[in-house]
Write a protein that binds this ligand. Structure first.
Ligand SMILES: [Fe+2]
Length: 307
């Protein structure tokens, strides 16, 4: 009998995506070119222009182009203790990457991008379905990594991690999270590409020491989308070239682990601290949890002259 992990959906068959599914199963990552997803250069231009304009707005006026990156002097707030910034070594140089969060709110182009049927079929394959409830993939976040020339990287181990690493082991054959990274610039190693360890998803465990030796860059053209499950070991190379590496990332989650009651919302105006241990109650409800956030929670630099 066929295992759940290798079942092929009608969507995958109808869209002729078996080769990408095979890559996902064997390598733990696949790259789908724009000819297959159907995104046009004009559409990619629109996504790019929206992000560049948003960067300038968020930074208080810093100009930015694909060719040159940010052309103003940027000042960063104090380093965050959580999130991506916490992965950076203590002696790291100033960041050369900023996250633009909540792309769904930014422009229709991202809402269109994130309902692409080709990517959806691949994500559905990774995350799977429940017998009654249907497709289990849900969006977790939508972000753009704006990365420019600099030493920014995650150190010698390339920041290798599994996106579903916050979930307790053992993990099963279905992905608990999955990532679709739409490349808005070419990806090469020197250009600060994604790094990953082929086949690492099959360990269904966190990266082992020294895994970076087996890592390789994901090389692809603008318009390609990189898809991988939450068990694949990945990180990134520093960007050694001028200009920008730009993407739009749809990050997905399995629908299963959720609060049945959204207490962070339903209890916020209720007397939650009227109990024997308000600190414990606060933690149980999750008021201080990093996720789910409701507004940008990653650091934003500002143009020095505007400070
Ligand atoms: Fe990641």
């Amino acid at each position: 009998m066929e295992s759940a992990a290798t079942q092929i959906s009608d969507e995958v068959k109808n869209l002729d995506l078996e080769r990408y599914v095979l890559e996902l199963e064997t390598d733990g990552l696949t790259v789908v070119p724009p000819e297959v997803t159907g995104v046009s250069p004009e559409f990619l231009d629109r996504c790019t222009n929206v992000l560049l304009a948003k960067f300038t707005q968020m930074t208080g006026g810093c100009p930015i182009t694909l060719a040159d990156g940010p052309t103003g002097e940027l000042r960063w707030p104090k380093p965050a203790k959580t999130g991506l910034a916490s992965l950076r070594p203590k002696d790291a140089p100033p960041p050369s990457q900023m996250l633009i969060q909540q792309l769904l709110q930014l422009d229709r182009c991202f809402r269109d991008l994130f309902v692409n049927p080709v990517v959806d079929a691949l994500i559905d394959h990774l995350i799977g379905r429940a017998p009654i409830a249907g497709k289990m993939r849900r969006l977790s976040s939508t972000n753009s990594f704006v990365k420019w020339q600099g030493e920014y990287g995650y150190g010698p181990n390339l920041g290798l991690h599994c996106d579903q690493g916050g979930n307790p082991l053992p993990w099963g054959p279905k992905a608990l999270t999955a990532n679709a990274t739409w490349c808005l610039t070419d990806y090469t190693r020197e250009h600060g590409a994604l790094a990953y360890v082929p086949g690492s998803h099959r360990s269904n465990a966190h990266p082992m020491a020294g895994a970076a030796k087996a890592a390789k860059p994901v090389t692809c053209k603008r318009g390609a989308v990189i898809v991988w499950p939450g068990a694949t070991w990945h990180g990134a190379y520093p960007k050694l070239t001028p200009g920008l590496r730009l993407n739009a990332v749809a990050y997905y989650r399995h629908q299963a682990v959720l609060p049945q009651e959204n207490m962070i919302v339903t209890m916020q105006d209720e007397p939650w601290d009227d109990c024997d241990d308000p600190a414990m109650m606060r933690e149980l409800i999750g008021f201080d949890d990093v996720f789910p956030y409701q507004a940008q929670n990653q650091p934003v630099p500002t143009l020095a002259s505007a400070a």
